[in-house]
Ligand binder design. Structure first.
Ligand SMILES: NC(=O)c1ccc[n+]([C@@H]2O[C@H](COP(=O)([O-])OP(=O)(O)OC[C@H]3O[C@@H](n4cnc5c(N)ncnc54)[C@H](O)[C@@H]3O)[C@@H](O)[C@H]2O)c1
Length: 263
C-alpha cells in the first residue's frame, strides 16, 4: 500500500515510533494525519509539524476510540489506515499486580481490538482499509524481564493474524510491526549494550522506513531487525533448544532489564 493521499490515524503519535510514523506518513504525501495520544502536548506539536490534527485519547477505552474515529471521519472522511501504535512496558515478574496486568492488557491488546471495532465495519462496506499494529519482536519471541509485555505482545500479534486471516479476502490489509530495541522513552533507561543491544538499537526513523517498505511490499510481518525472522524460524524449528538459548540471555540481561522496568 502507498500512503499518498490517505487519511491516517496514528496512536501514540506524540513520541517515539508513533511520532516518526506520523512524520514519515506526512512526508510521503498522506492526505491527513491524526496524531492521537494521552500526551496531548506532544501530540499537538507533532500534529502542527505535519499539518495534521491532534487528539487526546486513551486507547484503552473503547468509547474514546469510537469517539476519535467518528470525529476524524466527520472532518476528514473515511479512515484508510489505522496505525495502532501506542503501547506500554510494565514490570515484570509474577509479583506484578492484577491492576498492572489489566492496564497493559487494555493498552497493548484491547486498543487494537477497539480500533478494529470502530473502523472495520466502514472499511468492509468500502471493500478497503488497512491496520498497522505495532506489536514487537517480544510478540514473536519473548521479553526478558516482563511477563505482561511478552504475553500482551503475543496477543497483539495473534489479533493481527486473526484479522488478516478473517478479512484479508475482503480488501482489508493488516500489518504487524515487530521491532526489537528502538531508541525511545520506552528504552531510555537501558545502558548501551544490554539486552537492548543484542541486535542493535534502531532509531524511530529506521522503523518508519521499514514500515514504508513493508506497506509497499504488502508483507504481514514488518521486521526492522531482520534477525528476528531467523530467531522466529529457529523457535519454530526446535522450541526446546530456543528456550535453552533464551535462558542464557535471561541470566545475562535480567539485572539490566529489572533496572529498566522494575520487577
Ligand atoms: N522502543 C522499543 O524498543 C520498542 C520495541 C518494540 C515495540 N515497541 C512498541 O512500539 C510502540 C511505541 O512505543 P515507543 O517505543 O515509541 O514508546 P514511547 O513511550 O516513546 O511512545 C509511546 C506513546 O504511546 C502513548 N501512550 C501510552 N499509553 C497510551 C494510552 N493509554 N493511550 C494513548 N496513548 C498512549 C505515550 O504517551 C507515548 O506518546 C509500543 O506499542 C511499544 O510497545 C517499542
Amino acid at each position: 500500500m502507498d500512503v499518498t493521499g490517505k487519511n491516517i490515524i496514528v496512536t501514540g503519535g506524540g513520541n517515539g515510533i508513533g511520532r516518526a510514523l506520523a512524520e514519515r506518513f506526512a512526508q510521503e504525501g498522506a492526505g491527513h494525519v491524526t496524531v492521537a495520544d494521552l500526551d496531548v502536548e506532544n501530540a499537538a506539536d507533532v500534529a502542527d509539524s505535519v499539518g495534521g490534527t491532534a487528539a487526546g485519547v486513551d486507547v484503552g477505552s473503547r468509547e474514546a476510540i469510537v469517539d476519535l474515529v467518528q470525529s476524524v471521519e466527520r472532518a476528514q472522511g473515511p479512515i484508510d489506515l489505522f496505525a495502532s501504535n501506542a503501547g506500554i512496558l510494565t514490570p515484570g515478574s509474577i509479583e506484578a499486580s492484577v491492576d498492572s496486568w489489566q492496564k497493559i492488557w487494555d493498552v497493548n491488546v484491547m486498543a487494537h481490538v477497539h480500533a478494529a471495532h470502530a473502523v472495520l465495519p466502514g472499511m468492509l462496506e468500502r471493500g478497503q482499509g488497512a491496520f498497522l499494529n505495532t506489536c514487537s519482536a517480544a510478540g514473536l519471541l519473548t521479553q526478558i524481564g516482563s511477563a505482561p509485555y511478552s504475553v500482551t505482545k503475543h496477543a497483539s500479534v495473534a489479533f493481527a493474524e486473526w484479522l488478516s486471516i478473517t478479512y484479508g479476502d475482503r480488501g482489508i490489509q493488516v500489518f504487524a510491526l515487530c521491532p526489537q530495541a528502538v531508541n525511545t522513552n520506552m528504552t531510555a533507561g537501558t545502558e548501551s549494550g544490554g539486552v537492548a543491544g543484542v541486535d542493535g538499537m534502531l532509531e524511530p526513523g529506521d522503523i518508519a522506513e521499514a514500515v514504508i517498505q513493508g506497506l509497499a511490499a504488502e508483507s504481514f510481518l514488518i521486521l526492522p531487525h531482520p534477525e528476528v525472522a531467523t530467531y522466529f524460524q529457529r523457535k519454530a524449528g526446535d522450541y526446546d533448544r530456543w528456550i535453552k538459548g533464551m535462558r542464557k540471555l535471561n541470566a545475562q540481561f535480567l539485572p539490566e532489564m529489572e533496572k529498566l522496568i522494575g520487577s
